[in-house]
Design a protein around this ligand. Structure first.
Ligand code: SAM
Ligand code: SF4
Length: 329
């Protein structure tokens, strides 16, 4: 079985956002005051497990657990353990802000996760606090160490904002090189209404960052990522083990090769990051006459609603009202 949308794209990658809650409030992701979902609206660990099983039976080979901050939810490790046992699943991944990795890194690896993404926007403690509103850089650096010791392969994620951390991009790359990790820079996306900064004023393009980095490093296009699906375009840093990725939803639209869908914490299947098209899977999971076959059929039908592409306009009010913590980045 395979999931194929009406434009012929195969969907084999699903991100599950297991909570909208977080212990940080990154300025590009959340407003300062956030109202979080009542718990009964959020899918249970059993419901997420059923969803994961359904997707894998439909040919999905990669699942990513994200949020919100997935490690603030009790039960995330149990979910990883459940999903790690699904026959047919080739990759189980996690995206985290790193604050709880000293506690959970080993359990994450033992559940079958091999690669994790950790967000790191600054190596300056004060700037880090400003970007996350109250984050403690040392806690995250300790989490990165713990993940390395556990044998997890790490990719760092950094949302680059022109007047906040763009000047730190070379230092972040140097850190990744020193630690033998990959690093991706993400253009900020207009998801949800934030009050901290103007998104247009903080925009800096991937090409500008890459030009700056080319002064210090010789960057070789990583052919596979340029030719195949996925929003990240990678450059190998000549002479080192690290790669630099650029996720450029504004400057290099990646819709043509999109292979992914997302599920929110409430079980809404989002067919596109930059559109509101969605299908309610929670109603199926909680239906009196629930059956695995009916759930699978619902997911197959949902693919017909996947839009061809997204369009982000920096100058206008956000057309997408949901925040990234709802979306599952
Ligand atoms: N809490 C975890 C973390 O921070 O890694 C996982 C969830 S977070 C929503 C996933 C990713 O989305 C992070 O790398 C974060 O930097 C990114 N992100 C959040 N809001 C964004 C936005 N408005 N534009 C671009 N990326 C964003
Ligand atoms: Fe939390 Fe991640 Fe959003 Fe930052 S980006 S507020 S860590 S969910």
């Amino acid at each position: 079985m395979q999931l194929i949308d009406s434009f012929g794209r195969t969907v084999n990658y699903v991100r599950l956002s297991v909570t909208d809650r977080c212990d940080l409030r990154c300025i590009y992701c959340m407003a300062e005051e956030m109202t979080f979902l009542p718990r009964q609206e959020v899918l249970s660990i059993e419901e997420f497990t059923s969803l994961g099983r359904a997707f894998v039976e439909l040919g999905v080979t990669k699942l990513r657990i994200t949020g919100g901050e997935p490690l603030v939810r009790k039960g995330t490790i149990e979910l990883l353990q459940n999903l790690g046992q699904l026959p047919g699943l080739q990759e189980l991944c996690l995206t985290t802000n790193g604050t709880h990795l000293t506690q959970y890194a080993r359990a994450i690896r033992d559940a079958g996760v091999k690669r994790i993404n950790i967000s790191l926007d600054s190596l300056n403690p004060e700037h880090f606090r400003r970007l996350t509103r109250f984050g403690d850089l040392d806690q995250v650096l300790a989490g990165i160490k713990a993940a390395q010791h556990a044998g997890l392969k790490i990719k760092l994620n950094c949302v680059a904002l022109k007047h906040y951390n763009a000047d730190e991009v070379p230092a972040l790359v140097q850190f990744a090189v020193d630690e033998g990790m990959d690093i991706s820079f993400i253009e900020e996306m207009p998801l949800g209404k934030i009050n901290d900064h103007g998104r247009a004023a903080e925009y800096i393009s991937s090409d500008e960052l890459r030009t700056r980095l080319s002064r210090d490093y010789s960057l070789l296009p990583h052919e596979h990522s340029h030719a195949h699906a996925g929003p990240s375009r990678y450059w190998q840093i000549a002479g080192f083990n690290s790669r630099i990725g650029f996720i450029s939803p504004h400057s290099h639209n990646f819709c043509g090769s999109c292979n992914r869908v997302r599920v929110t914490a409430t079980g809404r299947l989002l067919l596109c990051l930059g559109n509101e098209h969605s299908v309610d899977l929670r109603a199926q999971l909680r239906a009196e006459n629930y059956s695995e076959a009916a759930l699978r059929a619902h997911i197959v039908n949902a693919m017909q609603h996947k839009p061809e592409k997204h369009f982000f306009d920096l100058q206008e009010e956000p057309q997408i009202v949901r925040f990234m913590n709802m979306t599952g980045g």
